[in-house]
Design a protein around this ligand. Structure first.
Ligand code: HEC
Length: 125
């Protein structure tokens, strides 16, 4: 009986110790600059998507220099790769697609904006 009480006491202390180690700062799980400060209100092709692509992709993907046959100058051209899924796979750097941009990655907020635009129907707006 005595043994059982000591055992339970240690079990209790052990559980408290484990519980005390749980560490979940909200800001570290969801970095504020990445998710909380990302303004996804009124994302449009002309205001946001085109700017992200111009800044990060167009130098290698334009009509004069279309790496891998991918040109992203116009909405119609962008839409092809959005619909095939290659755009978000390349940006998210998943599913065996060549990671884009090569050697770096878009900011979390830019990726969220792209996804937001696509979720809204990838409109020419
Ligand atoms: C420095 C030049 C460069 C930049 C900047 C660049 N790309 Fe690429 N991209 C390439 C090259 C080269 C390939 C072919 C890579 C391969 O097949 O290994 C490619 C391939 C692709 C493909 C086809 C991938 C596949 O496997 O089918 C897509 C889609 C793409 N890029 C989108 C983008 C997007 C979107 C951006 C901007 C976020 C971007 N790229 C930025 C050079 C670039």
């Amino acid at each position: 009986m005595q043994i059982n009480k000591i055992y339970l006491w240690f079990l209790f202390l052990f559980m408290i110790t484990i519980a005390a180690c749980y560490y979940d700062k909200y800001n570290q799980i969801y970095p504020p600059d990445a998710v909380l400060d990302c303004d996804t209100a009124a994302i449009s092709y002309s205001q946001n998507v085109n700017a992200i692509l111009s800044e990060n992709c167009i130098s290698c993907h334009n009509n004069g220099n279309a790496s891998a046959g991918v040109a992203l100058d116009s909405y119609e051209q962008v839409k092809i790769f959005v619909q095939s899924g290659a755009m978000m796979d390349a940006i998210n750097q998943v599913n065996g697609i060549a990671p884009m941009p090569p050697g770096s990655k878009l900011t979390e907020c830019d990726i969220i904006k792209m996804q937001h635009w696509i979720d809204g129907g990838a409109l020419n707006n």
